[in-house]
Design a protein around this ligand. Structure first.
Ligand SMILES: NC(=O)c1ccc[n+]([C@@H]2O[C@H](COP(=O)([O-])OP(=O)(O)OC[C@H]3O[C@@H](n4cnc5c(N)ncnc54)[C@H](OP(=O)(O)O)[C@@H]3O)[C@@H](O)[C@H]2O)c1
Length: 269
């Protein structure tokens, strides 16, 4: 049985994690942390997910929250991360970080913490997306720039940024596999007299419609043939399930900064 603490437990991802932990036999929730202004502090977190009493109260004391955990999982806000890192480093708790939008100093903080504790960080924790990314990386490495790379993503009508973080990560790995950078190769909009396609460029298109959870397609097209790889997410539980897989993997590891490629075994020789 692996003891898990959830940091940001009352958020959307936090609640999804609580539900996913309840649904499996090998994980036990031992701590649930939120910020000091949270109106649900002191409440048994089972009530946040309509599961009755689970015997774990929502606390704003991170040390108490993580103390008996074999691994902690953080889905909060970038500003909250420094606290989480300090707590897990001083308590020696392995950590999974799903919080996105980290600044360079915040990323540097992650790297520093990973000198002391094992830490998995991924902007997209979905197992399927990470397998999809590995397939895209292999295609990009095997197909030269004669194969035009285009990335198409679709999300719900409420999403406020474009392209999605996952689409950008896909663009970065295509660019890297071809020895370039997305800053130099990315084409993020086309309208009017654009001229012919720039060889080697990586184009992006974004669809915003209805309640689409998240879809990404990477196209590699030459004059003679075309490969299309697509991932479709049906619901946000995919991120929580991936984070739990990372938590099982990170407990007991040596200190270091790991990603889902490590968790899924893509980096084994
Ligand atoms: N890597 C991935 O696969 C993945 C997937 C989905 C989402 N995310 C990321 O995960 C993060 C959370 O997403 P979400 O949709 O769950 O957001 P959310 O619903 O806003 O949840 C964030 C939670 O963190 C709590 N929090 C804020 N400061 C805290 C602190 N100092 N200590 C402990 N808890 C604190 C918030 O409490 P209050 O409500 O009281 O402020 C809130 O309950 C975002 O960065 C999002 O982009 C990552």
């Amino acid at each position: 049985m692996l003891n898990i603490a959830v940091i940001g437990a009352s958020g959307r991802m936090g609640r999804t994690l609580l539900r996913c932990i309840q649904a499996v036999d090998d994980l036990r929730l031992v701590g649930a942390v939120s910020e000091s202004g949270d109106p649900d502090l002191g409440v048994d977190v089972g009530h946040l997910i309509e599961a009755g009493d689970l015997g774990v109260e929502l606390t704003d004391n991170p040390v108490a929250g993580v103390r008996s955990a074999h691994a902690a999982i953080d889905f909060t806000l970038p500003e909250a991360l420094a606290d989480t890192l300090r707590t897990c480093v001083t308590q020696g708790i392995p950590l999974v970080v799903g919080t996105t939008g980290l600044s360079d100093p915040q990323l540097a903080g992650l790297k520093e913490a990973a000198l002391t504790i094992p830490l998995v960080y991924a902007r997209n924790m979905s197992v399927g997306v990470n397998v999809f990314m590995e397939l895209v990386r292999r295609c990009a490495a095997a197909l030269d720039a004669d194969y035009d790379a285009e990335i198409i993503e679709a999300h719900h009508r409420h999403k406020v940024d474009a392209p999605s973080g996952t689409a950008l990560a896909l663009g970065e790995l295509v660019a890297e596999a071809r020895g370039g950078s997305l800053d130099a190769l990315g084409v993020f909009a086309r309208e009017g007299q654009t001229g012919p396609r720039e060889p080697g460029s990586i184009g992006f298109s974004a669809i915003r419609a209805g309640n689409i959870v998240g879809e990404h397609t990477v196209v590699f097209a030459s004059a003679d043939e075309r490969i299309e790889l697509t991932h479709r997410a049906a619901e946000r539980a995919v991120f929580a399930k991936g984070a739990l897989r990372a938590a099982r993997w990170v407990a007991g590891r040596a200190p270091g900064l790991y990603d889902m490629g490590d968790v899924l075994g893509f980096k084994k020789k």
